[in-house]
Design a binder for this molecule. Sequence first.
Ligand SMILES: [Zn+2]
Length: 121
Amino acid sequence: MSNYNWCHGPNCHTKETQSRVRGSGDNKVLRTIKIKQGRYNYSGRPELITYDDYFCGNHCLFDFIREHLTSIIAIAPRREALETPIKVEKTKEESYRYKWTENGSERVPYMATRTTIKNNS
Ligand SMILES: [Zn+2]
């Protein structure tokens, strides 16, 4: 048995595409796209739900986000910066810079500092 969702894009039913036209004669409408659940789920795990199950495309997803951004942010507001512990390793290495001269350029060596971030996890 297949389950379907209506696209959640707030303007889905206003986009002028052949796939949205329904009705007959003078009673035609543009209708919200009907989405088969799991249409792009190739994981073999039907319990995994993705936004593809609720939006016909990125335009409808972003229309929804724009319209409901305040509510979406309220679900999990970020009131403080998060931090990831790291170690920073600084090493000296020889490098070159180019100095312009009357005859073109010349390579001038100097000691550069390379900063490498080492993740603690
Ligand atoms: Zn849509």
